[in-house]
Write a protein that binds this ligand. Structure first.
Ligand SMILES: [Zn+2]
Length: 559
């Protein structure tokens, strides 16, 4: 009679609840409390469940959990909590209720249990009157929309079912999940195997790389993004949904973290290279993934449009390496760490401190010197001497760059300038849309409340959640507006440090400047230093280009 798959034994908790306040129905204006209360009485519920289970031999009732006199609006009910604890303690792996409204009337919370917690803990859930059974594979009863339809009225249901349908869609997509396809900054195109740029998120990615270029730490970048009200990748994804319930759920927003910023800075996907097969997992349900060796990764260059140039990406990788190699656990790295290399043995040059009297004296020596005295000598150089030499060379280099770029800089600057403005305008638009949406939802929410579709308690919760969001977003709009004005005025990010470096003799070199312009500094035994600048090839090409342009122009003048 029973097929093998039903032989699994379920240890079941039957949950019964009765409230004297919210189990009141109104028909044609007349309260029919008596009848409703009776049909929902604890005894009635118990009998109903036992009846039903007569035909389910695989389900054994272990315990009854009874909350008599508790509202279904929240889950602060003693026996409900006891049941959840028993689930966590593996005492039961199945929950049965007469109907969903016994379980709870807060649809969001009910959804959390039924859609997330229970599947996660492997708990079978049955709502008899709603013909819902999570172990039943047939489409009709497996569809969560069915019980919700019975639980709530049509208007309310339409909203929720749309949400749930989209939720299921997300799940289905997850089934065919390929890591790269959900990366922040990209979205799926019409051709599902091809990534296309999500211009809004891509703008944020560019901004993150730019901030890193400027020498900001991952934490500082995260803080800045949070200050600007930029949604974290996870929240951004969630925000694509709609409905005030979704908004309410995301009320306590996951903010940007240093880790999230790091993930973006190290993801080669932004250069247009698709890397897949980094990890393997037996199947999509198993969460534990195993890292595969790098040689087995599947690399496809130019698989999609790049957001970050390969050159910029390399610079950032280099910076990250320099930062971490010496600064594990430190918030600040010392000025030259990661830059200094012994010209003779290739070892790094390390920072030393000496005191003479009350004076502190910083100098650098070859680390190879200590490891093996016969291979390398001291290469000792004082920090003052090094600073002087670096500043002098850097000035010359920058002067050269400025001269060189004179004819091209304007075009370049103005294009990247307008890029930035464009990103800000996009962000502003997005934030303003959000405010409008939340205002609209607040109104909808109020109408639902007026029409008795949601309780006052729910209404007040939603309203508060929405108001908080509107306020937060409004702050972000103000910030963004300020930034945009500054940018349009041309006052924002005017590279004052550059002028200062070129004119002020006592200018102090900052790490952010080193990082941007210098790749390596070689130290020779005779205190000579050799600086390898970034973009040396590009600069040479630029010089040739400028020369050609100048020649063309002079020819043009002759003709
Ligand atoms: Zn050396």
């Amino acid at each position: 009679m029973l097929s093998n798959k039903f032989l699994k034994k379920y240890l079941c908790g039957a949950y019964l609840r009765l409230s004297h306040s919210d189990d009141v129905t109104v028909e044609n204006g007349a309260t029919v409390q008596g009848e409703n209360l009776q049909s929902n009485s604890i005894a009635n519920q118990r009998e109903y469940i036992q009846d039903f289970l007569q035909h389910k031999p695989e389900i054994e009732i272990v315990d009854f959990y009874i909350d008599d006199g508790y509202s279904g609006v929240n889950f602060e009910r003693p026996d409900f909590q006891r049941m959840i604890q028993d689930i966590k303690d593996n005492r039961i792996n199945c929950v049965i209720v007469k109907d969903l409204s016994r379980f709870g009337r807060n649809y969001i919370e009910v959804g959390k249990y039924i859609e997330r917690l229970f599947p996660l803990l492997g708990v079978r859930f049955i709502a008899i009157n709603d013909s819902y059974d999570s172990a039943d594979d047939t489409a009709a009863s497996n569809n969560i929309i069915v019980p919700f339809k019975n639980l709530i009225n049509d208007a309310y249901c339409r909203d929720i079912s749309i949400k749930i349908r989209s939720h299921l869609e997300v799940k289905r997509k997850r089934g065919e999940f390929i890591g790269a396809f959900t990366v922040y900054g990209y979205m799926r195109g019409a051709d599902k195997n091809k990534l296309i740029v999500d211009s809004y998120a891509a703008g944020i990615v560019k901004e993150i790389f730019r901030m890193k270029m400027d020498g900001m730490s991952q934490q500082a970048i995260a803080d800045e993004l949070n200050r600007m009200g930029v949604l974290s990748p996870a929240e951004y994804k969630k925000e694509q949904g709609s409905g005030y319930k979704a908004v309410f759920q995301t009320h306590s927003k996951a903010k940007w973290s240093a880790m999230a910023v790091m993930r973006i800075l190290t993801n080669e996907i932004y250069t247009g290279t698709l890397i897949q097969g980094k990890e393997s997992s037996p199947n999509y349900k198993v969460k534990v993934r195993q890292k595969k060796p790098k040689e087995e990764w599947n690399r496809v260059e130019n698989a999609h449009e790049a957001i970050i140039s390969k050159a910029d990406f390399e610079v950032i990788s280099d910076i990250l390496q320099k930062d971490t190699r010496v600064s594990v656990g430190k918030s600040q790295v010392s000025l030259y760490s990661g830059f200094l290399v012994c010209a003779d043995c290739g070892c790094s040059i390390v920072r030393k401190k000496a005191c003479s009297g009350s004076m502190e004296y910083i100098y650098y020596v070859c680390s190879g010197n200590r490891k093996n005295k016969e291979v390398c000598s001291n290469h000792r150089i004082s920090e003052n001497a090094l600073n002087l030499a670096v500043t002098k060379t850097l000035r010359l280099h920058l002067k050269y760059l400025l001269d060189l770029q004179e004819s091209i800089q304007y075009i370049r600057e103005s294009s990247s300038h307008s890029d930035k403005v464009e990103v800000l305008v996009l962000q502003l638009g997005k934030r303003k849309e959000e405010i409008e949406k939340h205002k609209r939802l607040k109104l909808e929410c109020y109408e639902d409340y007026k029409n008795g579709l949601i309780s006052q308690e729910e209404y007040l919760l939603f309203k508060q959640g929405l108001e908080n969001r509107i306020e937060e977003t409004q702050k972000a709009v103000t910030e963004l507006g300020k930034k945009k004005r500054l940018l349009l005025d041309g006052r924002y990010e005017r590279e004052s440090w550059l002028e200062e470096l070129l004119t002020n003799k006592d200018f102090e070199i900052k790490r952010s400047i080193l990082v941007r312009f210098i790749s390596r500094i070689f130290i020779y035994e005779d205190h000579r230093i050799e600086i390898i600048f970034r973009y040396q090839d590009e600069i040479r090409q630029l010089a040739e280009l400028v020369k050609e342009i100048k020649q063309d122009m002079s020819l043009g003048e002759v003709v």
